[in-house]
Design a protein around this ligand. Structure first.
Ligand SMILES: [Zn+2]
Length: 269
């Protein structure tokens, strides 16, 4: 089911880690950001768009993690964009023998084993590094690229609609998950948060890759919450964060394990 979050912007939420597919209406069809997860959900999304008479005219993946790189025949053969670094990262991964089989294996440990269409995974066209907008016929979608959760991660600002599509940042349920392969994951994450903060005053609705959309007051609050978490990691403090520990939402207790893992990998415990 598509839910409107702003004029001309709709969200389709997956049952799998509350993944959000974002639909932006343009003049002759929609831009589809991070299409979603299971085959039946993508099917449902395709049905909804058909009913609205809105074909998909372009896609965008916010970053090179499998759950943001999916596609389905029914969404059509249209350009699917990502940052140049996103595209090259997934291209390199897929060139390794058995890459998709490893993703399928990983999915066996989840409740959606066998339900995820992997055929068209990661067929992303990289936009040249200095590209500021997604090339499409609709409201301008400004690309805010940074190094934070994954290589070539990008948020999109749909300025006319006051919407920030945040990729896997600014979530109400997931703490910042750092790209631990990055040379300086903490400083890079803080820099990324500053880039998002620079546009926060233009944002009425923030849509994270996973979790609930937030209203205008939420944008700055989530930036501050993420920053406090990252600073606590940096300083080796125990973060007072509602997303981990006993205050985590039911079903999200595993986020505390993610946090523990990050502490260990960063050598701060
Ligand atoms: Zn994700």
């Amino acid at each position: 089911m598509l839910r409107r979050v702003a004029e001309g912007v709709l969200v389709h939420e997956s049952e799998f880690v509350q993944s959000n597919a974002v639909v932006v209406q343009g003049r002759s069809g929609v831009l589809l950001i991070d299409p979603g997860v299971t085959g039946s959900e993508i099917d449902c999304l395709a049905d909804d768009l058909q009913e609205l008479g809105q074909p998909v005219v372009a896609g965008f993946s916010t970053h090179p993690d499998w759950d943001h790189l999916l596609w389905h025949d029914r969404l059509g053969e249209v350009p699917r964009y990502g940052t140049a670094r996103c595209a090259s990262t997934i291209r390199d991964q897929l060139s390794e023998p058995g890459a998709k089989a490893r993703i399928a294996d990983h999915l066996l440990e989840t409740e959606i084993a066998g339900q995820v269409p992997l055929d068209l995974l990661g067929l992303i066209t990289g936009l040249p590094a200095a590209t500021e907008q997604i090339p499409w016929d609709g409201p301008q979608a400004r690309i805010i690229e940074h190094q934070a959760h994954a290589p070539g991660h990008a948020a999109l600002l749909i300025e006319e609609r006051g919407v920030l599509v945040a990729g896997d940042m600014l979530s109400d349920v997931l703490v910042p998950m750092l790209d631990l392969a990055d040379a300086d994951p903490i400083e890079d994450y803080l820099t990324a948060l500053r880039l998002l903060e620079d546009v926060a005053s233009d944002v009425d609705v923030v849509v994270p890759g996973h979790g609930s959309a937030g209203g205008s007051g939420q944008v700055q609050a989530r930036i501050e919450q993420d920053r406090a978490y990252v600073l606590a990691l940096r300083n080796g403090h125990v973060p007072a964060d509602p997303r981990i520990g006993p205050s985590a939402k039911p079903g999200w207790e595993w986020v505390s394990d993610v946090h523990e893992g990050q502490l260990q990998r960063l050598g701060r415990c």
